[in-house]
Design a protein around this ligand. Structure first.
Ligand code: HEM
Length: 386
């Protein structure tokens, strides 16, 4: 996994990994690469738990619902699912379109921009602020929170376990709790039409979310809902830059965009892997696993497994059905998938309508981050003369 090609073009590496089956990684546990094995991992939470010791995460409590196992997990999803349904998310189409247009407006007249800096990092954070009913001038605070918590090592220049990085992680976590504490208190005093107000008022089977529940959910959104969309946008824009005929097909026929989003989520699988912890000595895919060991599923490999996906190496925007698991599988399948899809479709639609022609500079070598395949930078030359 240290091989840079594993991040740049993992699709070329997956077949050889799948041929080997489950891969024991010593102290790093077991890596699963086949679709059926990953399905078995993600649909058996009693044996493969999502609970992580908070000493490892830097948070005060587990993140909700990601680090909670069934049956409690089901209670949370019962409350949260309706708030993130396709119908609810559809109501955000107008505001999200406005945000995308606003960003494209600042870019369209330029000759060369860094897509990461100017679009992919800002857009999902702005959407999140809008979901929370917070003003856009909070963007720098949010980006600071996100980076300090997700990538403290990038800020301190020290490895993740180093005391400086741990200190930054903890400091950021405290600041995030304080920030959302104030937001929740404010919404309790004067409710609005935002997601936190809805968390406060929603009641399912007589159950309501507590103050701490809402804090832990908001915290997770910051971790789960921003970098994932940025990474997906990076992968998609780079893919379309490198395949101009595919990009042109979307410019000529924007009705293909929803299918393109699904297919590029499948092919690029921006969230590379998901992990579980064995609750007992067991085995999976013929590989022994000891209690407490981590088992990781490579989503991109499942998404290119010919046992599940016909012609997996062909990128087709009209693939139907498209049974990818880029949003995971089983009880923890992504809560924000409908929001993510909406964001990605709108971003591609608005960008391609205004900037149909773009390319990466000659000789550009992409550098991806690990685990979530965001780009460190994506320079784009805009316009026909580019
Ligand atoms: C294209 C963008 C996204 C991708 C590829 C993605 C991917 C995933 C994956 C693979 C999981 C499963 C994790 C696991 O099984 O351990 C997950 C869970 C989750 N995602 Fe997303 N995600 C995206 C966007 C979002 C957004 C925008 C939100 C904001 C609401 C969000 C919120 C969540 C939450 C709350 C969970 C935990 C669900 C649970 O544990 O029940 N995600 N996501």
């Amino acid at each position: 996994m240290e091989n840079p090609a594993f991040l740049t073009a993992p699709q070329a590496i997956f077949p050889a990994l799948r041929a080997k089956g489950a891969l024991p990684l010593g102290t790093r546990g077991v890596l699963l690469t086949r679709s059926a094995d990953i399905a078995a991992l993600l649909t058996n939470p009693a044996v493969f738990s999502s609970g992580v010791a908070t000493t490892q995460t830097g948070t005060e409590r587990p993140l909700i619902p990601l680090q909670i196992d069934p049956p409690r997990h089901r209670d949370y999803r019962k409350i949260l699912d309706p708030l993130f349904s396709p119908q609810r998310m559809k109501q955000m189409e107008g505001p999200i379109t406005e945000l995308a247009r606003g960003l494209v407006d600042t870019i369209a007249a330029e000759r060369e921009v860094d897509f990461v800096d100017r679009f992919s990092v800002r857009f999902p954070s702005q959407v999140f602020l809008s979901l929370l009913g917070l003003p856009l001038d909070q963007l720098p605070t949010f980006l600071e929170f996100k980076d300090g918590f997700i990538r403290p090592e990038a800020i301190t220049g020290q490895p993740r376990g180093h005391e400086d990085s741990v200190a930054l992680l903890k400091k950021t976590a405290t600041a995030i709790y304080e920030y959302f504490d104030a937001v929740i208190a404010d919404r309790r005093a004067s409710p609005g039409d935002d997601i936190v107000s809805r968390f406060l008022e929603t009641e399912v089977d007589g159950a309501r979310l507590s103050h701490e529940d809402i804090l832990d959910i908001c915290f997770l959104f910051l971790v789960a809902g921003l970098d994932t969309v940025s990474a997906s946008l990076d992968c998609m824009m780079l893919h379309l830059a490198l395949h101009p005929e595919r990009r042109q097909s979307l410019v000529d026929n924007p009705a293909l965009i929803p299918g393109a989003v699904e297919e590029l989520l499948r092919w690029e699988s921006p969230v590379m892997m998901v992990a579980r912890f064995a609750t007992q000595d067991t085995e999976i895919a013929g590989c022994p696993v000891s209690k407490g060991q981590v088992v990781t599923g490579l989503l991109g490999s499942a998404n290119t497994d010919e046992e599940e996906i016909p012609d997996p190496d062909v990128v087709r925007f009209d693939r139907e059905p498209n049974r990818h698991i880029a949003f995971g599988r089983g009880p923890h399948r992504c809560l924000g998938s409908h929001l993510a899809r909406l964001e990605l479709r709108i971003a591609l639609r608005e960008w391609l309508a205004r900037i149909p022609d773009y390319r990466v500079p000659e000789g550009f070598e992409p550098t991806f981050t690990t685990t979530i395949r965001s780009l460190v930078a994506l320079p784009l030359q805009l316009g026909q003369s580019a």
